[in-house]
Design a protein around this ligand. Structure first.
Ligand code: ADP
Length: 218
């Protein structure tokens, strides 16, 4: 089943054409790698897919229904977007990891938060840490937990492992691979070619705001 459809998507900002007519069908359960030179429009494409910005022309469909027909808050719970330099809010890690529960008006499940911290190689002392005291790699993992603690239907990742060391990179890749196996569709901007081989089923190259090449990886 097509979970995400992009139909003739254009995006113009400040009289500059950034996305120049992208058509793309993504099936449920796919794990897609997005590659391409810096400035080619990869991040803009993910922002469009996550409904953070709207196309200047063209339409996006989630499960065959136009984005325009969805409540934006509901759509963002189903389609989760994680950026390279994450914005952590409030004062502590807890402020960030309790947020997904609060926004869904559910009781904060502290056990689940601790489980996720351990999964991401962070011990329970992190829960009360000041967000400003964290390293770039720790911030990336906390932001990922915030995005993943409720399993999204589509996970959009923008260079989210750039600050991780080798061991933590492996851990995070493993978690995302498992999520993909359990049904989450993943679209991941990455520079790591090795990564492309082990996780992804399709590689899409973006250049000058268009799909320059598509490759099946299986
Ligand atoms: P990539 O992720 O491939 O590096 P981006 O999507 O971040 O590329 O950016 C594509 C191009 O669009 C860049 O030249 C960038 O400077 C420009 N751009 C991105 N967002 C905006 C915006 N809101 N206004 C004007 N230009 C933008």
């Amino acid at each position: 089943m097509t979970i995400l459809k992009l139909q003739n998507i254009h995006y113009i900002s400040d009289n500059t054409n950034i996305i120049n007519g992208i058509n793309l069908d993504i099936n449920e359960g796919e794990c897609i790698s997005i590659v391409g030179p810096s400035g080619s429009g990869k991040s803009t494409l993910l922002k469009l897919c996550s409904d953070l910005i709207s196309p200047s022309q063209g339409d996006l469909f989630f499960k065959n229904k136009n984005y325009k027909e969805y409540n934006p808050t509901e759509l963002r719970k189903k389609i989760s977007y994680c950026v390279q330099i994450p914005y952590l809010f409030g004062e502590t890690v807890y402020d960030n990891l309790s947020y997904p529960f609060e926004t869904r008006k559910e009781d904060v499940n502290k056990i689940k938060i601790l489980e996720y911290l351990y999964k991401f190689n962070l011990d329970e002392s992190y829960i009360n840490k000041d967000v400003n005291s964290l390293s770039g790699g720790e911030k990336q993992r906390i932001a990922l937990i915030r995005n993943l603690i409720y399993k999204p239907e589509i996970l959009l990742l923008d260079e989210v492992t750039s600050a991780l060391d080798k061991d933590n990179l492996k851990i995070v890749e493993g978690i995302i691979k498992d999520m993909n196996k359990s049904g989450t569709t993943v679209i991941w901007i990455t520079h790591n070619i090795e990564q492309s081989k082990s996780i992804f089923n399709r590689k899409i190259t973006i250049e000058d705001g268009i799909i320059e090449n598509e490759e099946e990886l299986n």
